[in-house]
Design a protein around this ligand. Structure first.
Ligand SMILES: Cc1ncc(COP(=O)(O)O)c(C=O)c1O
Length: 398
């Protein structure tokens, strides 16, 4: 029935929506898809997900789980067997005793970021985060009314943080510090001394650390170091990890946060309010991922290393580009300052005129100006094609 409305109702959105940013990778992917629909051939080096299929044993386990009734709600913090399996994995890899009640299973990596902020950030609270860095860190701080304080990661320091700079940024309002190693978008890796320096910079202040370690198994050399391994630091850390990258399971939506049990109970309540639980068959497959054959992880990691080596060697031969060798994750972050182009203009040009989709460094914050991010989670053949195209484009435009 016509209620007499003649104009469209005005939406009175909450103010906080204005603060919400996005992940440019999804936008560039959408633009690339439009070009493809018009018949253009695009090489996709923009999106951060392994090009491999999920390991067959994991897929089989998920299918079996569906067939045998894992289609119902689970406890909000996850099924006990998965929480236990994660606790064992974390105890082993972080060399610190971790128990199942310190684990909260969530749908992917991102919820641990959001829940940590929800639990700690109040209007005006300061959160220090790496810049360039995963764009969701900054977006969600602003969304929740916090003050986003960028910690620059500089190329001169191999994109590792400078502890003195961190110490200078800490104030009485600092509530949380975000760390990410191996790092998106630069591929930098924190060394043991870096982790110790961060701990020393924080000292005994009541500041929590969100340690995003989602690429912890995609490390090309050395050992993974987590601040949670340092004496006394487990209680002050929320450690984020998950299955998306390590097991090529981005679409399954499975990740976890590790934290002290009293905080885990709050996270669990957030899960009850927001998601009820993580998909049940996904959780069953997660146990297989952790406890089953690990050869696919090793294979994927060595493939990424091969592609990284090829990419870095070739991009460094192109006029105006210079690229450090990333130590982990599957991204390369070449410096393009010598070309005279801005990041955004060059990323747009490469997409429109060279058929290569990549991201401007500024998609990761203001300190990303002068860089581009390429994901090497694509076949060597496609990476070669992309580099041929970039080389051809650079010859005419740089
Ligand atoms: C540093 C970092 N953290 C978290 C995530 C989120 O992972 P997920 O897709 O599992 O939510 C990503 C994904 O790109 C990432 O790069």
């Amino acid at each position: 029935m016509n209620q007499g409305l003649t104009t469209q109702t005005e939406m009175r959105l909450a103010k906080r929506m204005a603060g919400l940013g996005t992940e440019t990778a999804f936008e560039v992917l959408a633009r690339a898809r439009v070009l493809e629909a018009q018949g253009r051939d695009i090489v996709h080096l923009e999106i951060g997900e392994p090009d491999f299929d999920s390991p067959p044993n994991v897929v089989e386990s998920g299918v079996q789980a569906l067939r045998t009734g894992a289609t119902h709600y689970t406890p909000s913090a996850g099924i006990p067997q998965l929480r236990e399996a994660i606790a064992q994995e974390v105890s082993r890899t972080r060399r610190v005793k971790c128990s199942a009640d310190e684990v909260v299973v969530v749908p992917g990596g991102k919820p641990t970021i959001f829940f940590t902020y929800m639990a700690f950030v109040e209007e005006g609270d300061e959160v220090i985060y790496p810049n360039p860095g995963f764009p969701i860190y900054e977006s969600l701080i602003q969304f929740l009314g916090g003050k986003a304080v960028p910690l620059p990661l500089r190329e001169e320091k191999n994109f590792r943080l400078d502890p003195n700079e961190l110490a200078d940024l800490i104030t009485d309002r600092t509530k949380l510090i975000v760390l990410n190693s191996p790092h998106n978008p630069t591929g930098s890796v924190m060394e043991e001394q870096d982790v110790r320096d961060v701990a020393a910079a924080i000292g005994d202040r009541d500041i929590m650390v969100l340690s995003d370690e989602i690429y912890s198994r995609l490390l090309f050399e050395g050992t993974h170091h987590s601040i949670m391994s340092l004496d006394g630091w487990k209680d002050r850390t929320i450690m984020l990890d998950g299955f998306s990258k390590t097991y090529a399971m981005t679409g399954w939506r499975l990740g976890y946060g590790v934290m002290r049990p009293d905080l885990a109970r709050h996270f669990s309540k957030l899960m009850t309010n927001v998601n009820s639980c993580t998909a049940s068959f996904t959780q069953v497959a997660g146990i297989e991922a952790l406890q089953g054959d690990q050869r696919s992880v090793q294979h994927m990691c060595s493939e990424f290393k091969r592609r990284r080596d090829y990419f870095v060697e070739r991009i460094n031969q192109i006029e105006g580009f210079s690229c450090r060798v990333p130590k982990g994750a599957f991204y390369c972050f070449p410096n393009i300052r010598a070309t005279g182009w801005t990041s955004k203009d060059m990323a747009d040009e490469l997409l429109e005129h060279a058929g290569v989709a990549c991201l401007a460094g500024t998609a990761f914050g203001k300190y990303g100006e002068g860089y581009l991010r390429f994901s090497v989670a694509n076949s060597l053949e496609n990476i070669e094609k992309a580099l041929d195209r970039i080389e051809g484009w650079a010859k005419k435009n740089v």
